[in-house]
Ligand binder design. Structure first.
Ligand code: FAD
Length: 488
């Protein structure tokens, strides 16, 4: 009659499937989050995401307390543990004497095996682990082709998704109505309180200087702001210097906002005629799409979706390492690519258009294996999500399910002229180029010597010469892919 809710990537108390299920099923419900050593041990000691989670837990704890109070339950708090989740969850379940643990699905391969271990350990003690969908609108086998196979092309998937969606799937789980099951703090597990970063071996990052408010409260602020601009999304979303997208990705990653809330807003506005909302909904559907791809094809972690492209011979050795380092550090000599890479390092965010351009540049201009870029993004993106990141990289590298064909290669200068026409975004991250005009800012090596002098830019000193020639690199890439396709 007692249950434990295990929070993972769903750090909110409203519209929470597992919390709702536990409150309906049990008379006493406790909530726990584990700072899992299996994940944290591999991270640098200053990590914006760990701080984002930590701050969001403070917010979650306050939400749980308030929910409890609204039902006359005092001293309801989140239990926070630090250690191996595979041990902490079974140990806590035993200590609390619960009969069941509830959690939301996490379909990343490591999470699937973690949950299998926890399920095994719990069952030895006679405790059940119930898991349920929460993180996406449709998961796993919910949207399938007429032939019963999973989709690997986006547009038909999206059409099937839109045919299937209705109010039932987007309805919020009414946790508040059933929160009387929330139980007060169990004295036997120590004192309540979310640990400080230092308690879990981390140092403060620069998170608080960024425009990324944390917790469900932060997500609500961002959503409210975005809903004022959503009608303009279709036009504004492609220009990195413009406040076009929602900036909700980190919140979606950690579940501080419910996907159902967002999809409902988008669907209703889209049905009301907002083209911006329709396009934004489509982006949310991409998110579901890549999640089901990861579920059905876990081999995409580390392998090309299209197996023939595992044979592509990427640049490696010292030359490859030097090119990769130039890309990581924003020193390729292509201003928009460099500004994008600096945005990533300085803020942990990168605009979607720039993710496409910089990923294409790494794989098609520098000839570097997409897996190296994927890993760099995974380390630095606040919103890093295995399914979306892998999908995005394989799309850009042309190795993915519904990818950009390999012969369609972004020209980094043309992209720059098109999507940052005044160089406003470039100037923000590369102030040493600020004196260049609208044309030269996209390709300083083509500027007239006098313009460089007037702008006080010494190429090779203030800003690098381009590390590759785009046209030559393009030919190499076409040959690289052709060889792999021909099995050479
Ligand atoms: P908005 O434009 O407001 O979109 C709303 C939401 O839709 C996003 O928050 C995201 O959850 C979802 N979304 C948008 N585009 C995509 C997409 N192409 N694929 C899947 N979901 C999408 N997104 C991540 O969340 N995590 C990643 O690690 C990630 N890595 C990427 C790597 C590459 C190489 C590329 C090309 C794209 C990647 N994306 C990733 C997708 C996309 O760039 C980001 O979701 C988006 O830029 C986040 O900003 P936003 O919340 O302001 O987006």
């Amino acid at each position: 009659d007692a249950a434990l809710v295990w929070f993972r990537r769903d750090l909110r108390a409203d519209d929470h499937a597992a919390l709702y299920a536990a409150c309906r099923a049990a008379r006493q419900v406790w909530c726990v989050f584990v700072f899992d050593s299996a994940i944290l041990d591999a991270l640098p000691r200053k990590d914006r995401r760990v701080e984002f989670i930590r701050d969001s837990l403070v917010d979650l704890d306050a939400q749980l307390t308030a929910l409890g109070q609204s039902h006359g339950r005092e001293n309801v708090h989140l239990i926070v543990r630090h250690g191996w989740a595979t041990r902490e969850i079974p140990a806590l379940a035993r200590q609390l004497g619960v009969q069941a643990v509830f959690a939301n699905h996490d379909d990343e391969p490591d999470a699937v095996s973690r949950d299998a271990q926890v399920r095994g350990a719990l069952s030895e003690a006679g405790v059940s682990l119930y898991t349920t969908k929460d993180h996406v609108v449709f998961e796993r086998d919910e949207v399938m082709t007429g032939g019963g196979t999973s989709y690997s092309v986006f547009t038909p998937y999206k059409n099937a998704w839109l045919r299937k969606v209705n109010e039932f799937y987007l309805r919020a789980w009414p946790v508040a109505r059933h929160a009387s099951a929330l139980a007060g703090w169990p004295a036997r597990v120590g004192q309540p309180g979310v640990p400080a970063l230092s308690d879990i071996g981390f140092e403060p990052s620069d998170l608080h200087t960024l425009k990324l408010p944390t917790g469900s409260t932060g997500a609500r602020e961002l959503l409210d702001d975005f809903l004022h601009r959503i009608d303009l999304y279709e036009d504004a979303r492609n220009f990195p210097a413009v406040k076009g997208p929602s900036y909700l990705s980190t919140h979606l990653r950690f579940g501080t906002v419910s996907i159902r809330t967002l999809a409902r807003e988008a669907l209703h506005r889209s049905q009301g005629g907002s083209r911006g909302a329709e396009v934004w909904l489509s982006e949310l559907i991409w998110r579901d799409f890549y999640h089901q791809i990861l579920h059905h094809h876990p081999r995409v972690v580390g392998h090309s979706f299209k197996p023939e492209y595992d044979a592509v011979k990427w640049e490696h050795g010292k030359h490859g390492d030097a090119l990769f380092a130039a890309w990581c550090e924003g020193r390729t000599g292509y201003p928009l690519v460099d500004a994008a890479m600096l945005q990533l390092l300085k803020t942990g965010y990168m605009h979607n258009r720039l993710r496409m351009i910089s990923a294409s540049f790494l794989t098609k201009d520098l000839g570097i294996d997409w897996r190296r870029g994927e890993a760099w993004f995974a380390l630095h993106l606040n919103d890093f999500d295995l399914a979306a990141n892998n999908g995005g990289w394989q799309w850009a590298a042309s190795t993915g399910c519904d990818a950009q064909p390999y012969f369609r290669i972004f020209n980094p200068v043309t992209q720059s002229e098109r999507f940052d026409p005044d160089g406003k975004f470039i100037r923000r991250y590369l102030p040493q180029l600020a004196g260049l005009g609208r044309k030269a800012i996209h390709a300083p090596w083509l500027a007239k010597p006098l313009e460089l002098v007037e702008a006080s830019v010494k190429l090779g000193i203030d800003y690098p010469e381009p590390v590759v020639d785009h046209d030559a690199a393009r030919q190499l890439t076409l040959a690289r892919f052709a060889a792999a396709r021909e099995g050479k």
